[in-house]
Design a protein around this ligand. Structure first.
Ligand code: NAD
Ligand code: UDP
Length: 312
């Protein structure tokens, strides 16, 4: 098959492209490099079945020839970007998603949307099941991202209902691993960066807030199960092992064999509305696939630390 992957040069997108190429498919990777990089797709660029198109999906996209899958992973996803480029994020989730839906419709391709656990906002239902409609602020600092993704889900379902377009939606929970941007402010790479430099680890708030971290290799397998699976979705894809940020900081210090102290800091500006608990219910994904995460947090941290050490 021929796959168009938007967001190909990003963290998750680049790992996904490698898997799709390994399965013997052709990939047209599309990216405007706003938060991704050519370095992420160095391996793909050597592959004869990979073509890279530098393009901003806020503009319509034309691709010659047959296409069977159109994947939308293109969106800045870090809280530091919510403050820096909110309008870009909103346009990417709205206009950008529509342009890719139009491409899928024109080609008769299956469309896939990489949505997010942010669709649940600061959840009151725990763990989060797909039937929970969420607790999202439409005006807070995270709203440019959360509402862009919720709109993207809505327009994806509207194309499905109005045009019969085959679609799949996955809600991705916190993913970490090799090729995360070390300076993008997300917690795993920030803590590792701080621990490797011997600086204090900056735990925001009281550190009691939880997340559930999945290694990127497991996340990609889960996304492929959704893309090729029978359900329109949305389907949660993430690791159901929950951990507090204080515990994470301690695990990172130990894994880096660092002597960095762990310090509590007030939530920085732009982090208001930081969700207090987050953990996926993965029952729906497991109802049609045998997917389960296989990389433990300690093993995933080790791989990520090795990768970040090599960058320095
Ligand atoms: P990333 O920033 O590394 O990747 C996103 C890629 O999309 C980048 O290469 C960027 O340059 C590209 N991009 C952004 N806007 C674009 C546009 N208008 N046109 C073309 N390319 C554009 O982020 P990631 O962590 O790999 O996230 C990938 C997808 O997964 C995103 O849609 C994100 O919302 C979703 N997601 C990620 C996480 C996570 O924990 N990493 C969690 C939930 C959802
Ligand atoms: N966090 C932290 N210190 C940091 C960066 C993040 O304590 O240096 C916390 C943040 O407040 C949040 C959690 O880690 O509760 C996850 O943040 P991240 O930005 O990685 O992802 P998201 O908030 O989107 O889940």
């Amino acid at each position: 098959m021929r796959w168009v992957v938007a967001g190909a040069a990003g963290f998750i997108g680049s790992h996904l492209c490698e898997q799709v190429l390994a399965q013997g498919h052709q990939v047209v990777g599309v990216d405007c490099l706003v938060t991704g990089s050519r370095a992420n797709i160095e391996g793909c660029l050597q592959h004869p079945a990979f073509n890279f198109v530098e393009h901003d999906i806020r503009q319509p996209l034309a691709v010659d020839g047959p296409v069977e899958r159109v994947l939308n992973l293109a969106s800045p996803a870090s809280p530091v970007d919510f403050d820096r480029i909110p309008l870009f994020i909103l346009e990417t989730g709205s206009k950008g998603t529509q342009h890719l839906l139009d491409l899928a419709l024109a080609k008769g391709a299956r469309f896939f949307l990489a949505s997010t656990s942010e669709a649940y906002g600061d959840p009151e239902v725990h763990p989060q099941v797909e039937t929970y409609n969420g607790n999202v602020s439409s005006t807070g600092p995270r709203s440019c991202y959360d509402e862009a993704k919720r709109y993207a889900e809505a327009i994806t379902m509207a194309y499905h209902r109005a045009h019969g377009l085959p679609v799949r939606i996955a809600r991705i929970f916190n993913t970490y691993g090799e090729r995360m941007r070390p300076d993008d402010g997300r917690v795993v790479c920030s803590f590792i960066d701080q621990a490797l430099r011997g600086q204090p680890l900056t735990v925001f708030g009281d550190g009691g807030q939880t997340r559930s971290f999945v290694h990127v290799s497991d996340e990609v397998q889960g996304l492929l199960a959704v893309i090729e699976g029978p359900l329109t979705g949305p389907v949660n894809v993430g690791n159901p092992d929950e951990i507090t940020m204080l515990q994470l900081a301690q695990r990172v210090v130990a894994a880096c064999r660092s002597s960095s102290p762990v310090q509590l800091h007030p939530l920085p500006a732009g982090r208001e509305g930081d969700p207090n608990r987050r953990c996926p219910d993965t029952g729906l994904l497991q109802s049609f696939s045998d997917w389960k995460p296989v990389v433990s947090l300690d093993e995933g941290l080790r791989r990520t630390i090795d990768w970040m050490r090599a960058l320095a």
